[in-house]
Ligand binder design. Structure first.
Ligand code: IPE
Ligand code: IPE
Ligand code: MG
Length: 244
């Protein structure tokens, strides 16, 4: 093996799964005297560059919080604009995602979306299926508590129908009943815009995640910010409750 074999290798510890709470679109727009909707559009561009930056770094899973169950309570015009943006985003980005080997998966309760939005979501999931470079997971109408409620109902139903025994329910079975069933837990959770909360995102899955908070508003998030987060993650000692 040549002595410089590792020369081009990234020596840092790259997280296998990064989850991002993309926050600050509204404030970004306000600072520029623009409508909140323009902040969301700029946020989608930030997402686009982050997807390819993460894939280039070797990240295998990127989960982004794009719309929470609570976000339905925003002014109707903003909600409509966000739904429109989902459809537009699918149209604009599906071909390149497919070309780049990025597959897209949706987590959240799809039942509340219009037929048009659901068709767009089915299109992006269908067309990008099989992409092996990275999986982009879009959390849409997602809430961790509703996810846990839905999983609990499903397990209760299985007990009632005699498929499983109540005493056999364990952590693995609960994990397997969540939207994230086939996914590894996030290693690193990033939240932008200087807010320090989870806002109902991946509560079960975040048990041993590392957190990174950035003051940057989401539309300004770039490769430099992603590198900073990874640098910070790379220097951490994940002990999982053990003594080293
Ligand atoms: C995050 O940005 C995007 C969504 C929640 C859809 P915000 O819209 O929450 O932006 P701020 O927090 O009001 O600045
Ligand atoms: C969390 O951001 C949801 C998304 C990023 C989609 P919010 O802006 O909705 O959360 P709060 O209201 O600050 O907790
Ligand atoms: Mg916000």
């Amino acid at each position: 093996m040549p002595i410089f074999a590792g020369y081009m290798t990234d020596m840092r510890n790259i997280p296998q799964h990064i989850a991002i709470i993309m926050d600050g679109n509204g404030r970004w727009a306000k600072l520029r005297g623009k409508e909140r909707g323009e902040g969301h559009f700029a946020g989608m561009e930030a997402l686009q560059r982050t997807v390819y930056n993460a894939a280039n770094l070797g990240v295998k899973w990127l989960t982004v919080y794009a719309f929470s169950t609570e976000n339905w309570g925003r002014p109707q015009a903003e909600v409509d604009g966000l739904m429109e943006l989902v459809c537009k985003g699918v149209e604009m980005h599906t071909p390149e995602l497919k070309k780049q080997g990025v597959s897209v998966k949706i987590i959240g309760d799809k039942s509340r979306f219009s037929q048009k939005v659901n068709e767009a979501l089915a299109r992006i999931e269908g067309h990008t299926a099989g992409g092996e470079r990275m999986t982009l997971v879009l959390a849409l109408n997602y809430s961790s508590r509703s996810e846990i409620v839905a999983a609990t109902k499903e397990l209760a139903r299985r007990v009632k129908e005699g498929e499983i025994k109540a005493e056999d329910i364990d952590e693995k079975m609960i994990s397997a009943s969540l939207y994230t069933a086939d996914m590894p837990d996030p290693d690193l959770i990033i939240r932008t815009s200087g807010e320090y909360r989870l806002s109902n995102f991946l509560m079960w899955q975040a048990s041993y995640a590392e957190f990174y908070f950035s003051d940057v508003l989401w539309p300004d998030f770039d490769n430099e910010e992603l590198e900073k987060a990874i640098e910070s993650f790379s220097a951490r000692d994940r002990r999982y409750g053990l003594v080293k």
